[in-house]
Structures are given as structure tokens and as C-alpha cells.
Ligand binder design. Structure first.
Ligand code: MF3
Ligand code: CO
Ligand code: CO
Length: 295
């Protein structure tokens, strides 16, 4: 059969390898940049609200407002038909998928992960940060710091010719050497037009290297790291996942794309975007315990 130019072009630019992340075109990468910038801006504004006395529902309302204002929608809202919030607010022992609530008031010493995913022009910007509420104890602070560094180590471990398994191979020894454990039941994921797609991005070491990475592949890196054991359980609300031992859990998340030379982070905070060519490799700058604006 005669092949048209259009078919040839399609063949040269596969949208995904079997089991691999979506492969984005240049135009789609532009759209992901815009969605990612919005997502990080939402967290920049959220970081200013976080304080003792603020409810997790107030955070949710702010996320909704900023998202709507930008002409976007919140992917978490009614995700799988049931998630009631516009973002996830996961406090202390909650690992992920915490549901915002009016009667959940933040207190000094809490750590809270806020996970947002605006959908802008059909593309998803998925990112989260863990914030410290007022002064937190040294244990909590070190966990948050280590998780941030683990995420960046994972990001710097990928690039063209690397493998998806390099993420977990890098993160696990780093976190475990500090006495922490890596959550296994929740993972990173391909993303783009779809919120969640193949592959599963493990943050711990798995058998085999996994798929080889190519320019245009987009996915998230979002390690959840626990003070105690890695095991989690989901509460009867069907969403809230917490550590079975009740100990603290922290998380950071970025949405990234493989480039011809390395990796681009779509969801960098404004300050990092403005000041740095290369994001931090292995350190966090936490200027104030209640702030984490350099993300
Ligand atoms: N943002 C989460 C992730 O990183 C998914 C949240 S789904 C929700 O993949 F329904 F809980 F919001
Ligand atoms: Co997320
Ligand atoms: Co995600």
C-alpha cells in the first residue's frame, strides 16, 4: 500500500513505545510547559498560605480559585468519580491522597504535602511539595530535606539512553542510607494528555532496568519516603493512604520530559526557573521552616 507523507511522519514520531511514557511533539512540550508553570505557580501561592490555624479545605479553595482563574481545571476533582478535592493535602503520617477538610486545621510542627494537577489546554502539570508548618522538629525537617534531595537525585538520574529503573536504583540507596524507607504501593507515572499513563515509575529498586528513555518521553518522579516502615494502608474513605506504623511520610513531585541532552522539569518553581540553569542536584534550600519556595 502506498504510504502518505502523513503516515510516514507518524511512523517517525511514535506517540509511545509499548508500556512506555507518551512521546510528546514540540507543540505538546510547549503545552506541558504552560501547564507545569501554572502548577508550580499554584504551589508558590499555596506556600504563602501555609501556617498554623489554616484548614486543609482553605488550601483546596485557594487551589481551585487559582486554577479556575487561569482557565484550567483540577484533574484530582472527581478523579475516578469520587475524589472530592481539587488537590491532595497529606499531613504527617498521611502518605498521599489526603482529602482536604474544613475541620482539619494545621498546627505548628505538622508537615503537609500539597499535590496539584491543573489541566491546561488538555495537558497535565502534576507537582507536589511538602511544607513545614511553623517550626518542626529535627526529625521531620531531615525527612523533608532528604525526600527533596531524593527527588532531585531521581531527576538527574534520567536522560536519553538511561532507563526508567535508574530512578529507583538511585533513590533507594540514598534514602535507606539515612534510615528511611521508600513507599512501594504508590509510584510515578507517564503523563501528558492523560493524567496517569504507563509506565509505572518505581522509586525503589526493581528487577530489570525497565524501558530505555528517549527524547520526548514525559513522566513524573514523586518519591514518598517514610520515617518508619514503607507499608501503607488506605482508610475507609477510599483515598487517604497513611503509614501503617503512624510515622511521618514526606513527598515531592515534578513532571519532567526527556530532552536530547538530558531532562527538562516542567513544574519548576518561579525562583528556580529565574535563577538557575541547572536545578539542585543534592541539596534543598529551605529558607524558612514554614516556606519552601525554592522548588
Ligand atoms: N496527583 C497525584 C499523583 O501524583 C494523583 C492524585 S489523584 C487524586 O499522581 F484523586 F487523589 F487526586
Ligand atoms: Co501529583
Ligand atoms: Co503524579
Amino acid at each position: 500500500m502506498k504510504t502518505t507523507t502523513k503516515q510516514k511522519r507518524r511512523r517517525r514520531r511514535p506517540r509511545a513505545k509499548p508500556g512506555g511514557p507518551p512521546i510528546l511533539t514540540a507543540g505538546e512540550i510547549d503545552a506541558m510547559r504552560a501547564a507545569g508553570r501554572l502548577a508550580s505557580r499554584i504551589l508558590d501561592v499555596v506556600s504563602e498560605l501555609i501556617a498554623p490555624g489554616v484548614s486543609t479545605a482553605a488550601i483546596d479553595r485557594l487551589v481551585d480559585e487559582l486554577t479556575t482563574e487561569a482557565g484550567a481545571t483540577s484533574a484530582p476533582y472527581l478523579y475516578q468519580g469520587t475524589f472530592p478535592g481539587h488537590c491532595c493535602t497529606s499531613v504527617n503520617q498521611v502518605v498521599c491522597h489526603g482529602i482536604p477538610a474544613d475541620d482539619h486545621i494545621l498546627v505548628e510542627g505538622d508537615i503537609i504535602n500539597v499535590d496539584v494537577t491543573p489541566v491546561l489546554d488538555g495537558f497535565h502539570g502534576d507537582t507536589s511539595r511538602t511544607f513545614c508548618v511553623g517550626e518542626v522538629n529535627e526529625q521531620a525537617r531531615d525527612l523533608v530535606e532528604t525526600t527533596f534531595r531524593a527527588m532531585w537525585l531521581g531527576i538527574h538520574a534520567v536522560g536519553p539512553g538511561k532507563h526508567i529503573g535508574d530512578v529507583g536504583r538511585t533513590i533507594q540507596p540514598f534514602a535507606e542510607a539515612r534510615g528511611y524507607s521508600i513507599v512501594r504501593e504508590f509510584t510515578g507515572h507517564g503523563t501528558g494528555r492523560e493524567f496517569h499513563s504507563a509506565p509505572t515509575v518505581f522509586h525503589h529498586t526493581t528487577l530489570g532496568a525497565g524501558i530505555e528513555l528517549e527524547p520526548g518521553m514525559a513522566f513524573t518522579i514523586e518519591p514518598m519516603i517514610n520515617l518508619g516502615r514503607w507499608k501503607t494502608r488506605v482508610l475507609s474513605d477510599g483515598w487517604t493512604a497513611e503509614t501503617i506504623d503512624g510515622k511521618l511520610s514526606a513527598q515531592f513531585e515534578h513532571t519532567i520530559v526527556i530532552t536530547p541532552t538530558g531532562v527538562e522539569v516542567f513544574t519548576l518553581g518561579a525562583r528556580l526557573r529565574a535563577t538557575s540553569r541547572r536545578p539542585p542536584r543534592s541539596y534543598a534550600v529551605i529558607p524558612h521552616p514554614s516556606r519552601s519556595s525554592v522548588r
